[in-house]
Design a protein around this ligand. Structure first.
Ligand code: ADP
Ligand code: MG
Length: 687
């Protein structure tokens, strides 16, 4: 492209990842400035937003010394005079700006000693051609390195302008006319043009709307088509009976009544598993809602039909705990439960592998080891993945190949996800929700305490220990670190042993050997120790109903969903439980907000919505899990919920009316989808 030589091309690629015309076309401005209005110095006030002025510099003067050095330009527009101030880049300014030459200034007015001034405004020669014909000026993000090489937002503006002229009207459309007509969407050609160079705010928002819709629409089309094809292709094992195991368990082994929600989700899964289609279901339920029991019971259905099952957990501790729970709950039934994790080695491992191929093991519980090893089943009928946020689609897919045909899949997660997000992240899964906690649970009382007053904390912990209860204390770090000033588990361990000398303390963290971890954990589970000092290895799933205090040190360093998960470790018995968030006095705005949300609500759903708003979905753990690798440039899953719904409805409508892709009007859809997939990380591995 004219104006882009090898050096600039290299910078564009390394700094912004822009290689092709397409990349540049889709490198959208982060804002537009209304250049249609010129202000006058005598109407400026310090609370105004950015303003534009036209005038000349009368003189420049340097003031101050050392780090206080700054440059003042005395600027007039004929109606008044004001100071324009620069604190850095002085040499550049003095060598580039001239007195008595017309400039357009653009900046935010501020007040200093009662007088209005502009600090570090954008300065452009007033005769600049671009300005004269423009009302809304685009602003593009650039990097420090680009600026050093003289490439600014203005340079990019030249590039996009040149590019759009060069392309003329030739950008091919990506949505069929009938969809555009129905939804009153701009053409792609116009939308792209307007996204860079709008003539009004309304026009800009229409263009952005069209582009966002398109992004979301193709994601939904891709997900829905995929799940439609999968349903067409893969026959699921048919579990025709509920079976005697389930009945016996239900009638004589179940230690409590199932909640209505538990019964409902079991029915939903039962229906899937006898439909002849492969089940792919996401089970959402807040921490403590009793997902494990549901898992156990649907496994009994599979076993009752002559199939094997497996349960994957994200950590060894959790896998071991599940194995133990299952064994004790199933002790009176002829069900063989085995454990496979990284620590199961040698003869033991060999025996497990054999038991799987000869079919004598009914339930295998394990970690990643299950997928990573040459583990083969004789008849694997159902796979359950616990606490899904640690597993990706690719890993799920590997489980499908463990047996003669893809097993039914149930994914369980305690991280409730807002609907529109679930539609995208887990769009290929059906969703069941446990929206009820077992009876008798008392809400966990969440308290915010400050480091500076540790006595309050010790008092609260001591009070619970005297009642015979147990406490968790969680730290962000294992050891002392030179890099960050955070508390660590090793010091905490020593400290709590000292303060609570009459009690016993154990410790688990990720740097311990698995066997040691297990032993320490076991001491706490059995009640031998009363305090467990830990890192977030205990975040998921660990179940000790007698524990009633969860202390989180440096709570400001944890994300909302992590805090909620950790808090979910207590409140599992019928006693009053406490979650104590310990922080320093100084908190960032976001940290303070997180702590507030935690003290205000116990509802995982509210928390995840708040989380999504605070963080944006971009860095949601495991966004790539959807297998949808399309990156969203404009749309935002948190803010554009309605548009996600519209995109999904539209994609559904297209697929329903044209299930075999024969309508010529839709040709451009399938072609474009194909193109998108080729340009993005291939996710067809899961089909
Ligand atoms: P999660 O959904 O977080 O995995 P769990 O399955 O670990 O929750 O269950 C938390 C606790 O609640 C366990 O101690 C479990 O035995 C108990 N529980 C599960 N279902 C019920 C029920 N219907 N009534 C009473 N307690 C239950
Ligand atoms: Mg669980």
């Amino acid at each position: 492209m004219p104006g882009i030589g090898p050096q600039r091309a290299k910078l564009l690629e390394s700094e912004l990842g822009l290689v092709s015309w397409y990349d540049l076309l889709y490198y959208f401005p982060y804002k537009h400035i209304d250049r249609s209005r010129l202000y006058q110095i005598n109407e400026l006030a310090p609370d105004m937003p950015f303003v534009q002025l036209k005038g000349v510099f009368l003189s420049f003067e340097e003031n101050g010394i050392g780090r206080k050095k700054h440059l003042i330009g005395h600027f007039t527009d004929g109606k008044g005079v004001m100071d324009v101030v620069w604190f850095n880049g002085l040499r550049y300014i003095t060598s580039h700006l001239k007195t008595h030459q017309e400039y357009i200034l653009f900046g935010k007015p501020s007040a200093f000693n009662g007088r209005i001034q502009l600090n570090h405004p954008d300065v452009d020669p007033a005769d600049s051609l671009m300005l004269s014909k423009m009302s809304m000026q685009p602003y593009y993000n650039t990097t420090e390195r680009m600026k050093k090489a003289g490439m600014t937002s203005r340079t990019l503006e030249h590039f996009t302008n040149t590019l759009l002229n060069q392309l003329n009207e030739s950008i091919p459309e990506t949505l069929p006319t009938y969809i555009r007509d129905r939804l009153k969407l701009m053409s792609l050609n116009e939308a792209l043009r307007v996204a860079h160079y709008p003539t009004s705010a309304l026009q800009l928002s229409n263009a952005i709307y069209r582009l966002k819709f398109e992004e979301l629409f193709y994601v939904q089309l891709s997900i829905l088509r995929y799940s439609m094809e999968r349903q067409r292709k893969s026959k699921g094992f048919v579990f025709s009976v509920v079976g005697p195991l389930f009945h016996t368990f239900f009638q004589s082994c179940l230690p409590f009544e199932l909640t209505e929600a538990q019964k409902r989700v079991i029915r939903e899964m039962r229906k899937d598993m006898c439909s002849g289609r492969q089940m792919n279901r996401l089970l959402q339920g807040d921490v403590g809602s009793g997902k494990t029991l549901v898992a156990l019971m649907v496994m009994l259905i599979a076993i009752g039909n002559g199939y094997q099952t497996c349960l994957m957990a994200p950590t060894e501790i959790l896998a071991e705990q599940h194995a133990e729970t299952f064994r004790s709950m199933l002790r009176d039934l002829p069900v063989n439960v085995e454990l496979l994790t990284g620590v199961v080695k040698g003869k033991r491992r060999k025996a497990v592998l054999e038991g799987l191929t000869d079919g004598s093991i009914h339930i295998l519980i394990g970690t990643h080891a299950i997928i990573e090893d040459p583990v083969q089943f004789s008849r694997l009928g159902l796979v359950i993945i616990d606490e899904q946020h640690r597993f990706g689609v690719a890993q799920r897919a590997r489980l499908w190949r463990k047996s003669v045909a893809p097993p039914h899949v149930l994914v369980m997660t305690a991280t409730p996800i807002p609907r529109t997000l679930a539609m995208t992240l887990y769009g290929d899964l059906d969703v069941s929700v446990i929206n009820e906690l077992p009876p008798g649970r008392k809400p966990i009382h969440t308290i915010h305490m400050y480091d500076e007053r540790p006595q309050d904390l010790y008092e609260r912990i001591g009070q619970q220990l005297r009642l015979g209860r147990q406490a968790y204390v969680v730290y962000p770090l294992v050891k002392e670190s030179e890099k960050v000033d955070l508390k660590n588990a090793e010091q905490g361990f020593a400290h709590f042993q000292q303060i609570f000398a009459h009690y016993k303390v154990s410790m688990v963290h990720g740097q311990m050997k698995a066997s040691e971890k297990e032993e320490q954990m076991q001491r706490f589970v059995s009640g031998e120790t009363q305090i467990l000092v830990a890192t977030t290895v205990i975040e998921v799933g660990v179940n000790v109903p007698n524990a009633t205090v969860m202390v989180i040190e440096n709570a400001e360093r944890f994300g909302l969903s992590q805090l909620h998960q950790l808090r979910g470790r207590v409140g599992r018995g019928s006693d009053h439980s406490y979650c104590i968030l310990v922080t320093g006095y100084e908190l960032s705005k976001d940290s303070r907000r997180r702590i507030e949300i935690m003290t205000e609500t116990n509802d995982g759903f509210e928390i995840s919505e708040a989380d999504l708003k605070l963080r944006g979905p971009g860095d949601l753990e495991g966004t790539q899990q959807s297998g949808v690798a399309f990156d969203l440039k404009l749309a935002n899953l948190a803010r554009d919920g309605q548009l996600v719904q519209l995109a999904r409805d539209t994609a559904n409508w297209v697929l329903e009316n044209d299930p075999f892709q024969q309508n010529p009007d839709n040709k451009i859809l399938w072609a474009h989808l194909q193109e998108l997939k080729q340009n993005n990380e291939d996710w067809s591995v899961i089909s």
